[in-house]
Design a protein around this ligand. Structure first.
Ligand SMILES: O=C(CO)COP(=O)(O)O
Length: 250
Protein backbone atom coordinates (compact mmCIF):
# COMPACT_ATOMS: atom_id res chain seq x y z
CA UNK A 1 0.00 0.00 0.00
CA UNK A 2 1.15 3.50 -0.76
CA UNK A 3 1.41 5.88 2.20
CA UNK A 4 -0.15 9.25 1.38
CA UNK A 5 2.31 12.15 1.26
CA UNK A 6 0.97 15.63 1.98
CA UNK A 7 3.54 18.29 1.23
CA UNK A 8 3.62 22.06 1.56
CA UNK A 9 5.61 24.01 -1.01
CA UNK A 10 6.01 27.41 0.60
CA UNK A 11 7.63 28.83 -2.56
CA UNK A 12 9.24 32.25 -1.90
CA UNK A 13 7.20 33.04 1.18
CA UNK A 14 8.07 33.67 4.82
CA UNK A 15 11.11 34.67 6.76
CA UNK A 16 12.40 32.84 9.81
CA UNK A 17 9.92 34.11 12.41
CA UNK A 18 6.85 33.43 10.26
CA UNK A 19 8.20 30.02 9.28
CA UNK A 20 8.90 29.07 12.88
CA UNK A 21 5.40 30.14 13.91
CA UNK A 22 3.84 28.05 11.14
CA UNK A 23 5.85 24.94 11.99
CA UNK A 24 5.03 25.34 15.68
CA UNK A 25 1.33 25.54 14.87
CA UNK A 26 1.55 22.47 12.63
CA UNK A 27 3.55 20.38 15.06
CA UNK A 28 1.25 21.26 17.96
CA UNK A 29 -1.67 19.78 16.05
CA UNK A 30 -0.24 17.00 13.88
CA UNK A 31 0.79 14.66 16.66
CA UNK A 32 -1.33 11.60 15.97
CA UNK A 33 -0.58 10.63 12.37
CA UNK A 34 0.46 7.07 11.74
CA UNK A 35 -0.98 6.42 8.29
CA UNK A 36 0.39 9.34 6.25
CA UNK A 37 3.55 11.34 5.70
CA UNK A 38 3.79 15.12 6.00
CA UNK A 39 6.46 17.32 4.48
CA UNK A 40 7.24 21.03 4.55
CA UNK A 41 9.42 22.65 1.87
CA UNK A 42 10.35 26.19 2.96
CA UNK A 43 12.84 28.51 1.24
CA UNK A 44 16.51 27.59 1.63
CA UNK A 45 17.06 30.34 4.21
CA UNK A 46 14.66 28.70 6.68
CA UNK A 47 15.94 25.13 6.47
CA UNK A 48 18.52 25.51 9.23
CA UNK A 49 16.07 27.13 11.65
CA UNK A 50 13.21 24.70 11.02
CA UNK A 51 15.15 21.43 11.06
CA UNK A 52 15.52 21.26 14.86
CA UNK A 53 11.83 22.11 15.31
CA UNK A 54 10.79 19.25 13.03
CA UNK A 55 13.04 16.74 14.74
CA UNK A 56 10.88 14.23 16.59
CA UNK A 57 7.67 15.39 14.89
CA UNK A 58 5.69 13.58 12.22
CA UNK A 59 6.90 16.07 9.63
CA UNK A 60 9.85 15.84 7.27
CA UNK A 61 11.85 18.66 5.72
CA UNK A 62 12.41 19.26 2.02
CA UNK A 63 13.96 21.87 -0.26
CA UNK A 64 12.45 23.41 -3.37
CA UNK A 65 15.42 23.06 -5.71
CA UNK A 66 19.12 22.18 -5.83
CA UNK A 67 22.09 21.98 -8.17
CA UNK A 68 23.24 18.61 -9.51
CA UNK A 69 26.94 19.11 -8.81
CA UNK A 70 28.44 18.27 -5.42
CA UNK A 71 30.41 21.52 -5.27
CA UNK A 72 32.09 24.10 -7.46
CA UNK A 73 31.96 27.57 -8.91
CA UNK A 74 28.19 27.88 -9.22
CA UNK A 75 27.40 31.22 -7.62
CA UNK A 76 24.03 31.27 -5.93
CA UNK A 77 23.46 27.52 -6.11
CA UNK A 78 22.98 24.91 -3.38
CA UNK A 79 24.48 21.41 -3.53
CA UNK A 80 22.65 18.18 -2.60
CA UNK A 81 24.92 17.49 0.38
CA UNK A 82 24.19 20.96 1.79
CA UNK A 83 20.50 20.05 1.94
CA UNK A 84 21.18 16.69 3.52
CA UNK A 85 23.41 18.22 6.11
CA UNK A 86 20.56 20.50 7.20
CA UNK A 87 18.19 17.57 7.63
CA UNK A 88 16.32 17.55 4.33
CA UNK A 89 15.04 14.20 3.18
CA UNK A 90 13.19 15.43 0.07
CA UNK A 91 13.82 17.93 -2.69
CA UNK A 92 11.30 19.28 -5.20
CA UNK A 93 12.74 19.16 -8.72
CA UNK A 94 11.50 20.70 -11.94
CA UNK A 95 8.58 22.62 -10.50
CA UNK A 96 6.74 24.37 -13.34
CA UNK A 97 7.90 27.71 -11.95
CA UNK A 98 11.49 26.51 -12.35
CA UNK A 99 10.72 25.31 -15.86
CA UNK A 100 8.86 28.49 -16.80
CA UNK A 101 10.94 31.26 -15.21
CA UNK A 102 14.38 29.70 -14.92
CA UNK A 103 14.53 27.66 -18.11
CA UNK A 104 14.81 24.24 -16.47
CA UNK A 105 14.64 21.41 -18.99
CA UNK A 106 13.88 17.72 -18.61
CA UNK A 107 17.58 17.03 -19.18
CA UNK A 108 18.60 19.31 -16.31
CA UNK A 109 15.91 17.89 -14.02
CA UNK A 110 17.14 14.40 -14.90
CA UNK A 111 20.68 15.30 -13.80
CA UNK A 112 19.28 16.66 -10.56
CA UNK A 113 17.18 13.52 -9.98
CA UNK A 114 20.25 11.31 -10.38
CA UNK A 115 22.23 13.55 -8.02
CA UNK A 116 19.50 13.56 -5.39
CA UNK A 117 19.10 9.78 -5.41
CA UNK A 118 22.85 9.26 -5.31
CA UNK A 119 22.99 11.06 -1.99
CA UNK A 120 19.79 9.67 -0.48
CA UNK A 121 17.45 12.62 -1.03
CA UNK A 122 13.99 11.74 -2.34
CA UNK A 123 13.24 13.80 -5.44
CA UNK A 124 9.71 15.06 -6.01
CA UNK A 125 9.76 15.33 -9.80
CA UNK A 126 7.11 17.74 -11.07
CA UNK A 127 5.34 17.40 -14.40
CA UNK A 128 2.32 19.12 -15.89
CA UNK A 129 0.92 20.69 -19.03
CA UNK A 130 0.04 24.34 -19.69
CA UNK A 131 -3.48 25.42 -20.63
CA UNK A 132 -2.89 25.58 -24.37
CA UNK A 133 -1.52 22.03 -24.33
CA UNK A 134 -4.57 20.74 -22.51
CA UNK A 135 -6.94 22.64 -24.78
CA UNK A 136 -5.28 21.17 -27.85
CA UNK A 137 -5.46 17.60 -26.53
CA UNK A 138 -1.73 17.30 -25.89
CA UNK A 139 -1.75 17.08 -22.09
CA UNK A 140 -0.90 13.37 -21.93
CA UNK A 141 1.85 13.49 -24.52
CA UNK A 142 3.44 16.50 -22.81
CA UNK A 143 3.39 14.84 -19.39
CA UNK A 144 4.67 11.53 -20.75
CA UNK A 145 7.50 13.36 -22.52
CA UNK A 146 8.43 15.17 -19.29
CA UNK A 147 8.43 11.87 -17.39
CA UNK A 148 10.63 10.10 -19.93
CA UNK A 149 13.10 12.99 -20.00
CA UNK A 150 13.22 13.66 -16.28
CA UNK A 151 13.47 10.01 -15.25
CA UNK A 152 15.85 8.80 -17.97
CA UNK A 153 18.39 6.24 -16.87
CA UNK A 154 16.89 5.56 -13.43
CA UNK A 155 16.75 1.92 -12.39
CA UNK A 156 13.55 0.37 -11.06
CA UNK A 157 15.05 0.50 -7.58
CA UNK A 158 15.81 4.21 -7.98
CA UNK A 159 12.32 4.89 -9.32
CA UNK A 160 10.87 3.49 -6.11
CA UNK A 161 12.61 6.35 -4.29
CA UNK A 162 11.07 9.02 -6.54
CA UNK A 163 7.84 10.90 -5.93
CA UNK A 164 5.99 12.28 -8.95
CA UNK A 165 3.92 15.44 -8.62
CA UNK A 166 1.38 16.04 -11.37
CA UNK A 167 0.74 19.78 -11.36
CA UNK A 168 -1.24 21.08 -14.32
CA UNK A 169 0.21 24.56 -14.75
CA UNK A 170 -3.19 26.15 -15.37
CA UNK A 171 -4.34 24.95 -11.94
CA UNK A 172 -1.45 26.43 -9.96
CA UNK A 173 -2.37 29.46 -7.89
CA UNK A 174 -5.54 30.01 -9.89
CA UNK A 175 -8.19 28.37 -7.72
CA UNK A 176 -9.01 26.43 -10.89
CA UNK A 177 -8.29 22.85 -9.83
CA UNK A 178 -8.43 19.84 -12.13
CA UNK A 179 -11.56 17.80 -11.66
CA UNK A 180 -10.90 14.66 -9.63
CA UNK A 181 -11.74 12.59 -12.71
CA UNK A 182 -9.29 14.49 -14.96
CA UNK A 183 -6.58 14.31 -12.33
CA UNK A 184 -7.20 10.58 -11.82
CA UNK A 185 -7.00 9.95 -15.58
CA UNK A 186 -3.61 11.65 -15.77
CA UNK A 187 -2.34 9.88 -12.66
CA UNK A 188 -3.31 6.52 -14.16
CA UNK A 189 -1.48 7.49 -17.37
CA UNK A 190 1.58 8.46 -15.32
CA UNK A 191 1.51 5.13 -13.50
CA UNK A 192 1.23 3.27 -16.79
CA UNK A 193 4.28 5.16 -18.05
CA UNK A 194 6.20 4.33 -14.87
CA UNK A 195 5.37 0.66 -15.49
CA UNK A 196 6.67 0.98 -19.05
CA UNK A 197 9.88 2.57 -17.72
CA UNK A 198 10.33 -0.20 -15.14
CA UNK A 199 7.72 -2.80 -14.16
CA UNK A 200 4.22 -2.86 -12.71
CA UNK A 201 5.29 -3.57 -9.13
CA UNK A 202 7.60 -0.57 -9.20
CA UNK A 203 4.93 1.65 -10.73
CA UNK A 204 2.46 0.51 -8.07
CA UNK A 205 4.89 1.55 -5.33
CA UNK A 206 5.49 5.12 -6.54
CA UNK A 207 3.70 7.99 -4.80
CA UNK A 208 2.02 10.30 -7.32
CA UNK A 209 0.93 13.62 -5.83
CA UNK A 210 -1.53 16.04 -7.33
CA UNK A 211 -0.81 19.77 -7.12
CA UNK A 212 -2.72 22.84 -8.26
CA UNK A 213 -5.15 24.72 -6.02
CA UNK A 214 -5.52 21.91 -3.49
CA UNK A 215 -7.68 23.35 -0.70
CA UNK A 216 -9.50 22.08 2.39
CA UNK A 217 -12.73 21.87 0.39
CA UNK A 218 -11.43 19.77 -2.51
CA UNK A 219 -8.76 17.57 -0.93
CA UNK A 220 -11.10 14.76 0.16
CA UNK A 221 -12.46 14.18 -3.31
CA UNK A 222 -9.01 14.32 -4.89
CA UNK A 223 -7.51 11.92 -2.36
CA UNK A 224 -10.39 9.49 -2.90
CA UNK A 225 -9.10 8.77 -6.42
CA UNK A 226 -7.24 5.47 -6.63
CA UNK A 227 -4.06 6.83 -8.23
CA UNK A 228 -3.83 10.10 -6.27
CA UNK A 229 -1.48 9.37 -3.39
CA UNK A 230 -0.87 12.80 -2.00
CA UNK A 231 -0.87 16.52 -2.57
CA UNK A 232 1.76 19.16 -3.25
CA UNK A 233 0.17 22.26 -1.82
CA UNK A 234 1.18 25.86 -2.48
CA UNK A 235 -0.98 28.70 -1.16
CA UNK A 236 -3.00 26.64 1.31
CA UNK A 237 0.18 25.29 2.93
CA UNK A 238 0.99 28.78 4.21
CA UNK A 239 -1.96 28.81 6.59
CA UNK A 240 -1.77 26.37 9.49
CA UNK A 241 -5.50 25.65 9.68
CA UNK A 242 -5.80 25.00 5.95
CA UNK A 243 -2.75 22.78 5.73
CA UNK A 244 -3.81 20.82 8.82
CA UNK A 245 -7.20 20.17 7.25
CA UNK A 246 -5.53 19.05 4.03
CA UNK A 247 -3.21 16.71 5.93
CA UNK A 248 -6.25 15.35 7.72
CA UNK A 249 -8.05 14.52 4.47
CA UNK A 250 -10.81 11.97 4.91
O1 LIG B 1 2.58 24.84 -7.28
C1 LIG B 1 1.95 24.29 -6.39
C2 LIG B 1 2.63 23.41 -5.42
O2 LIG B 1 3.92 23.09 -5.82
C3 LIG B 1 0.50 24.50 -6.22
O3 LIG B 1 0.30 25.81 -5.80
P1 LIG B 1 -1.19 26.25 -5.31
O4 LIG B 1 -1.62 25.21 -4.31
O5 LIG B 1 -1.00 27.60 -4.73
O6 LIG B 1 -2.05 26.23 -6.54
Amino acid sequence: MRRPLLAGNWKMHYGVSEGVALVEALSADLTDLSDRDVLVCPPFTLLGSLAPLLDGTAMALGAQNMHYEAKGAYTGEIAPQMLKELGCSYVILGHSERRQYFGETDELINRKAHAALAIGLKPIVCVGEVKAERDSGQAESVVVGQLRGSLAGLSAEQLRGVVIAYEPVWAIGTGDTATPADAQAMHARIRAELAALSDQATADAVIIQYGGSVKPDNVDELMAQPDIDGALVGGASLKAADFIRIVRFK
